[in-house]
Design a binder for this molecule. Structure first.
Ligand SMILES: C[S@@+](CC[C@H](N)C(=O)[O-])C[C@H]1O[C@@H](n2cnc3c(N)ncnc32)[C@H](O)[C@@H]1O
Length: 268
């Protein structure tokens, strides 16, 4: 039997490759974490009756890992009967635990598992900050970096994923979210970076009418910005020391007049 791991990319429908569309068409069932209605993202001629949302499994009263394991188990049980696709945001193997579980468990069970790559939010963040991957890029989950005491290499760019979930192993509760929860992250990063080093919250726009969001902070002011710093963002930290005078480049991101992109200031 076959499991297809399909990324829809960062836009709805327009980034689905023909191979990904075929994989979805060839599947008897489609499981998804995408919360937007299927009418927005499935190929037009695909019967949405074969789609099962995994969101109901993402319970707030237990560790997120339990949710992911239960979701993978549900997909794998269906894959024992007929070909299935797991469809998710961005690239299916960029910070997606369910994809990784499915890859490991389906292959261990002798199934075929194929990955249908698509642009990731990481690509979009690099586009927003105007930075090539070439000088080096390190990507960590923000809370994991601190819990595992990973020493970031300050000579290369850094992206910290899901700052929204910092400090919790549960699904973040939007009602109690606060940037103050990032205080331990600010303190930890302060052990490596100069205190006034830029740290920029970026939410890349994913629709044509959404320019996204840029929240320019510094390492020592990470935990004092507006709530919007946390909503669907990643944290980009440029390298320390900069042969190409990047200071000017990052300074662009501080410009509140940037066209069609909202910027959050700490005063908001
Ligand atoms: C569970 S990961 C899934 C990433 C997804 N597989 C991908 O390739 O983009 C979710 C995290 O991706 C990042 N992310 C998703 N959409 C984003 C966007 N539009 N702009 C910036 N970061 C985003 C955030 O760090 C968010 O917490």
């Amino acid at each position: 039997m076959e499991v297809s791991l399909v990324g829809i990319g960062t836009r709805f429908r327009s980034q689905l490759t023909p191979a990904a569309v075929k994989a979805m068409r060839d599947s008897a069932r489609i499981f998804t974490t995408i919360s937007e209605p299927p009418t927005l993202w499935v190929p037009h001629d695909l019967d949405s009756g074969i789609i099962t949302a995994l969101q109901p499994l993402y319970r707030p009263d237990r560790p997120r890992q339990d949710n992911y394991h239960e979701a993978a188990a549900m997909v794998l049980a269906a894959a024992r009967l007929s070909p299935v696709a797991y469809v998710t945001y961005g690239h299916p193997l960029v910070f997606d635990r369910v994809s990784q579980l499915l890859m490991d468990q389906s292959t261990a069970a002798g199934m075929t598992c194929r990955v249908y790559a698509a642009p990731s939010s990481v690509d979009e963040v690099m586009a927003v900050v105007g930075q090539d991957y070439a000088p080096g890029l390190q990507i960590y989950e923000a809370y994991w970096l601190v819990r595992c005491r990973v020493a970031p290499d300050t000579k290369v760019s850094t992206i910290l994923m899901q700052p929204q979930a910092f400090g919790t192993d549960r699904v973040p509760d939007r009602g109690t979210l606060s940037t103050a929860a990032l205080e331990p992250l600010a303190r930890y990063l302060g052990g490596f970076y100069p205190s006034h080093h830029p740290a920029i919250f970026v939410r890349a726009g994913i629709r044509d009418d959404d320019g996204g969001y840029v929240g320019p902070r510094t390492v020592d002011t990470l935990a004092s910005g507006p709530l919007t710093d946390l909503l669907g963002t990643s944290l980009f930290i440029p390298p320390v020391g900069n042969p190409e005078n990047r200071t000017r480049k990052w300074a662009r991101l501080y410009d509140p007049e940037l066209p069609s992109r909202s910027t959050g200031t700490a005063e908001q």
